[in-house]
Design a protein around this ligand. Structure first.
Ligand SMILES: Cc1cc2nc3c(=O)[nH]c(=O)nc-3n(C[C@H](O)[C@H](O)[C@H](O)COP(=O)(O)OP(=O)(O)OC[C@H]3O[C@@H](n4cnc5c(N)ncnc54)[C@H](O)[C@@H]3O)c2cc1C
Length: 411
């Protein structure tokens, strides 16, 4: 079969890798490079992820590919410290002892928060939460209104998706919580995510697959033709892994009701400053910032300290579509000012801005109703990627698993 894969992120690369051998496969990628959200950039000869990326112990599929490609020698697993920044103060955020000092919450709210933490960790079963229950009502019933308003509204509604908690599914929220990232060990594999992407590229090329970058595709499902910059190519099967708004923009011949369903899926953007500093900012790998223009600071070098500088990200998700049109200089100035407020001694040596209009589908209350399946009403068309893997956590592991799954279905 002639198989066209749209989008060269980890989902598309993994699907291509799985399908080659028996089929003629071509991956069409819009950007000049592969890897999508997990791609890297170069600074002083070092490859650094565009956006913070790490692997946790439960990411077994991600680990499998790192291992299969010979990229996982002696992984340095670490337990990381997480912080939460409120009113320019950074607090430890995980263990019961740090909760005692967390004076942003009243004593009774701290108790409620601690009890909720224990429940989430040991007893909560996300699958038992009915679809349709919203995260706000569920959280108020489990953690109380004070904790919900002070912690979860800014942390998960404002920062994460930029929509009210009442529009977020309690089940998805609980699934994310249950993944207990704070309890697990983290690693950034020595050879980096760029080597994983290169590993896929190398294998696809070696087995005769087509890899096209800077693609500007037009897909005609009726004629079963892809046009890329004037060049036409027929296909038997097409797998879309590009964000759905992009897919709807370049595709002709979709049944109206299906196109309308996909059109109801909203996306959240991300804007990020990657920056080098002389020293660590503090001891927290992951700092969530509440009620600021920047939502997270991640200190990559606390996980992977092998550059002559310390590397960090300052990132905004929710509401970041407002920043997409700002110049790099404006974003650097505004974002780094927020970081400096929390870390006045910080000395920034260099910085770079990255923007992504479609960083993640918004898993809202209606998501399950609109969620695409791998198979579609068009026989030759399949969907894959984190738009189809809900309620799994949106990460590289889910992307790779969906690449494997779509390949299996197509086979
Ligand atoms: C800020 C941030 C931090 C993250 N941190 C982690 C982490 O620490 N660990 C982890 O496991 N995961 C993390 N993730 C999630 C992970 O990166 C993604 O889940 C995964 O990379 C998704 O892969 P994908 O191939 O499904 O989608 P994408 O990577 O989005 O790939 C889709 C591809 O389609 C291409 N495309 C778009 N339009 C077109 C078009 N018109 N024609 C052709 N191609 C097109 C895009 O350029 C892109 O390459 C993070 C994501 C973000 C945004």
């Amino acid at each position: 079969m002639r198989i066209a894969i749209l989008g060269g992120g980890l989902t598309g690369l993994c699907a291509a890798h799985r399908l080659l051998g028996e089929h003629e496969v071509t991956v069409f990628e819009k950007k000049p490079f592969f890897g999508g959200l997990a791609a890297s950039f170069e600074h002083e000869g070092f490859k650094l992820p565009l956006y913070y990326h790490h692997v946790i112990e439960s990411n077994t599929t991600t680990l499998k590919y790192f291992k299969n490609f010979g990229l996982l020698d002696e992984p340095k697993w670490k337990r990381v410290k997480m912080g939460i920044a409120v009113n320019s103060k950074v607090y430890d955020f995980i263990d019961p002892a740090s909760l005692l000092k967390f004076d942003y919450l009243s004593p009774s709210e701290r108790l409620r928060y601690g009890l909720f933490g224990a429940y989430a960790l040991y007893w909560m079963n996300p699958d038992a939460i009915p679809e349709g229950v919203n995260a706000y009502d569920w959280l108020v019933s489990k953690a109380g209104r004070g904790v919900t308003e002070k912690i979860f509204v800014p942390l998960y509604a404002e920062n994460k998706f930029g929509i009210p908690l009442k529009q977020i599914s309690a089940r998805q929220f609980a699934t994310r919580l249950k993944s207990a990232e704070f309890k697990t060990r983290f690693v950034y594999p020595k050879k980096g995510f760029h080597s994983l992407v290169k590993g896929f590229e190398k294998r696809i090329k070696k087995r005769g697959g087509g890899l096209v970058t800077r693609a500007d595709v037009k897909l005609d499902l009726v004629k079963k033709v892809i046009k890329n910059k004037g060049k036409k190519q027929g296909f038997d099967v097409v797998i879309n892994t590009a964000p759905l708004p992009e897919f709807l923009g370049f595709t002709k011949g979709l049944p109206k009701a299906y196109a309308e369903k996909l059109g109801r899926i909203r996306y959240c953007s991300a804007v990020c400053v990657g920056f080098g500093t002389k020293d660590f900012l503090d001891e927290h790998y992951w700092i969530n910032i509440l009620k600021q223009r920047v939502h997270m600071v991640m200190q990559h070098s606390l996980l992977h300290d092998s550059y002559p500088f310390k590397f960090n990200w300052a990132l905004r998700y929710g509401g970041s579509e407002k920043d997409l049109g700002l110049s790099d200089a404006q974003i650097k100035s505004v974002y780094l000012r927020v970081v400096k407020k929390h870390f006045p001694k910080m000395e920034v040596e260099w910085s770079k801005v990255f923007r992504e209009r479609y960083a993640s589908p918004i898993y809202d209350l209606n998501y399950l109703r609109n969620k695409p399946g791998y198979e579609t009403p068009v026989e030759s068309l399949f969907q894959a990627g984190v738009a189809v893997t809900y309620p799994w956590v949106r990460d590289c592991n889910s992307a790779l698993k969906s690449g494997e799954r779509v390949a299996e279905i197509v086979q």
